[in-house]
Design a protein around this ligand. Sequence first.
Ligand code: G5P
Ligand code: MG
Length: 221
Amino acid sequence: MASKLLRAVVLGPPGSGKGTVCERIARSFGLQHLSSGQFLRESLRGGGGECPRGRPLRGCVAGGFASITAAFLALMTAPFCCCACTGFPRTLGQAEALDRICELDLVISLNIPFETLKDRLSARWVHPASGRVYNMDFNPPHVQGVDDLTGEPLVQREDDKPEAVAARLRKYKDAAKPVIELYKSRGILHSFSGTETNKIWPYVYTLLSGKIPPILSDEEN
Ligand code: G5P
Ligand code: MG
């Protein structure tokens, strides 16, 4: 359990490694990993998760954009929330809504070249129920096509198809620019560029270590 409260957000285009980095942050620093994308996918699958107000998750997000905002504001501003978040805030509107009620400690922005993103997403496989993410080159499952922990089949995300990836990238660029500007102006933005998560990770770990005591060394991830 982390001894200091901290709220961090990881920004970056699709496939930039937000989820991968956030999982490492969560394990190394004892934070909760909140992913709005996984939250939405769970709800579309009819997942059994509960939204903060206790309504079934499916009902919570059925209203669309405003509901995910409401759900994430509630999650991130809960008392004693100590979290690293991916996918939220995604737009200036969401960032401003969060800004009005909660001060983030730091924002990490991942800058990864487009060609690298495309390659990564075409090789990504996920375990839908848990959100565990694999990559045939980077972190393959022990047995091809099945989740390491449950033995259940892995699938490719619908939005990882090449045509969907290009559209997601365009959308990200438009939406992310003002969000990044906002956090830059607050002096809490930390940007990392590169093509390998393993090379970026030690810098992220050092940054976080200055804010919160780690519970694992950076090599333990
Ligand atoms: P998501 O789920 O937030 P995206 O598009 O923002 O989706 P995505 O695709 O989940 O982001 P990521 O988390 O940045 O990417 O990347 P990742 O999964 O960690 O890594 C990508 C792959 O590369 C993995 O296979 C990983 O193993 C591998 N990898 C990592 N590092 C390396 C490396 O160094 N080398 C190699 N070779 N591989 C590596 O949102 C989905 C959708 O939900 C909606 C939007 O429509 C969005 O498009 N949504 C929202 N809508 C409204 N408001 C919100 N707040 C919303 N949040 C989500
Ligand atoms: Mg992700």
